[in-house]
Design a protein around this ligand. Structure first.
Ligand SMILES: *[C@@H]1O[C@H](CO)[C@@H](O)[C@H](O)[C@H]1NC(C)=O
Ligand SMILES: *[C@@H]1O[C@H](CO)[C@@H](O)[C@H](O)[C@H]1NC(C)=O
Length: 257
């Protein structure tokens, strides 16, 4: 289970070109955008697209599957006809499939797309506002790649459907993703609860994090804060003592002239 749902989606490689004529917000933009579109290792049907865009309007597109240009404005249609009439232009564009797209897609699979990074999974309990339930459990999966992931809740090992909501997979902006799943629930004695995470990085061994209502989060936090305060107090006391000793014994005062 798990791996079959983890196929990468269509990847767009943007090798854009941007030029500005004029300055600041008054300028115009004209850009070419090249894309290699593919969704399988076989690179079967990999497609090279070039879009020519003035400001935000795409007026001309080359599509390697069609093997020709399509115009979207009068100027675009004029140029599409011109380029489509020239077999050397068409041959040159078509050659990008083998010369540019295939080698780059292979590099992408080798260096990024076939790699995966395991999420860190935690379960926290909070008290929901205005809910008939005692707890809102939050299962957070952090720092994973690729994006595709499945987070479910288990009661006595059986998947829970009701009272569960989830965020989207959110991009951290650094290739990694995070997701948070919420479950509003009231514990019953004798039951077990867990969050289950399925991801490419752990293939058929889902990550399962148990939650035990016998020790609510708030108590655990109080203990951690208490212990931290004691440790911090000791560190300051020891540092103060060392400083005092050094100052009173180690200093030789040199009188200034
Ligand atoms: C390119 O053309 C093919 C065949 O008509 C079409 O299926 C595909 O969606 C087109 N791709 C783009 C990006 O327009
Ligand atoms: C297409 O090419 C032919 C011959 O090379 C030329 O006579 C004709 O004007 C061209 N058509 C367009 C739309 O450029």
């Amino acid at each position: 289970m798990g791996t079959s749902v983890l196929q990468p989606a269509v990847i767009r490689l943007v090798a854009g070109f941007l030029s500005l004529s004029g300055f600041g917000v008054e300028g115009y933009t004209y850009h070419f955008q090249n894309e290699c579109r593919f969704n399988s290792h076989s690179l079967e049907g990999i497609e090279f697209i070039e879009r020519r865009i003035f400001n935000k309007l795409e007026y001309l597109r080359y599509n390697s599957t069609l093997g020709k240009f399509i115009g979207y404005t009068e100027f675009g249609v004029y140029n599409a006809d011109r380029f489509n009439n020239d077999s050397s232009v068409l041959a040159g564009y078509k050659s990008n499939v083998d010369a540019v797209c295939k080698p780059n897609a292979q590099i992408d699979y080798d260096t990024i797309l076939d790699k995966s990074v395991k999420p860190t999974v935690t379960v926290k309990a909070t008290k929901p506002d205005g809910s008939s339930h005692e707890y809102m459990l939050v299962c957070s999966a952090l720092g994973f790649f690729p994006r595709k992931i499945k987070v479910t809740w288990l009661r006595n090992g059986v998947e829970v459907k009701s009272g569960v909501t989830s965020t989207e997979e959110m991009s951290n902006g650094n290739w990694y993703y995070q997701i948070h799943s919420h479950w509003e629930m009231t514990p019953q004695s004798g039951e077990t609860y867990a969050c289950k995470v399925q991801h490419k990085s752990v293939s058929d061994q889902p990550i399962i994090v148990q939650w035990d209502p016998s020790m609510p989060e708030s108590d655990r936090n109080k203990i951690i804060i208490g212990v931290s305060a004691i440790v911090l107090g000791l560190v300051i006391a020891v540092a103060g003592l060392i400083y005092y000793k050094k100052k009173s014994t180690g200093r030789i005062l040199v009188p200034s002239s």
